[in-house]
Design a protein around this ligand. Structure first.
Ligand code: 5GP
Ligand code: MG
Length: 179
């Protein structure tokens, strides 16, 4: 699997260091807010768990699965809710954990859903952000790293369901798509 990677963009060490900074900031901001952490499946799972471990605050965890990719490298623009929350979020402080914000459509869809359900506050923490890809006006409140407009894999990010378990974020070799 490692042989399919052309280059590493962020190593495990880079990620861990940045997570510590983000977690510290979030802990300060959410100290007395008992947030619900909404992790967007499946890509954000590694990041969410690593972050949660580092946060010494009262927080609950919930999951939502919203898909805009259909196993390829391009967003389809069609958003599907595949798995819904278990918790009622009315009146709650919600912190959404994402792997990457690209066009922003997934986040827009989710934030509108959460707002409709009466969340008290909604913020977003994304490991990666691709500002160049943005098609709708949406931004993450906490961002790990800004990345160029390339298709990335690893640390939760997949290509056709694979590569999520790479401990770093990298770029696939073009030969992988061609096969
Ligand atoms: P958006 O709706 O912002 O265009 O897309 C967000 C979702 O698309 C992310 O949650 C992620 O699952 C997927 N995505 C966007 N860019 C990439 C990328 O470079 N690599 C992978 N593997 N998924 C991506
Ligand atoms: Mg995602």
């Amino acid at each position: 699997m490692n042989n399919d990677i052309e280059r590493v963009i962020y190593s495990r060490e880079d990620i861990v260091q940045r997570e510590a900074e983000l977690a510290r900031q979030i802990c300060e901001d959410y100290r007395d807010k008992k947030p619900i952490i909404v992790s967007v499946l499946t890509g954000a799972i590694l990041f969410s768990i690593d972050m949660l471990e580092r946060m010494d605050i009262y927080a609950q965890m919930d999951f939502v699965d919203i898909s805009s990719f259909e196993g390829g490298v391009k967003s389809t623009g069609k958003i599907k809710l595949i798995h819904d929350l278990k918790n009622d979020i009315k009146g709650r402080n919600v912190l959404v954990m994402e792997d990457i914000v690209d066009s922003g459509r997934t986040l827009k869809f989710l934030m509108e859903l959460l707002a409709d359900r009466g969340a008290k506050s909604i913020k977003v923490c994304s490991l990666l952000d691709k500002p160049e890809g943005r098609m709708v006006d949406i931004r993450a409140d906490y961002v790990g790293f800004n990345v160029p407009n390339e298709f990335l894999v690893g640390y939760g990010l997949d290509y056709k369901g694979f590569y999520r378990n790479l401990p770093y974020v990298g770029v696939l070799k073009p030969s992988v798509y061609e096969n």
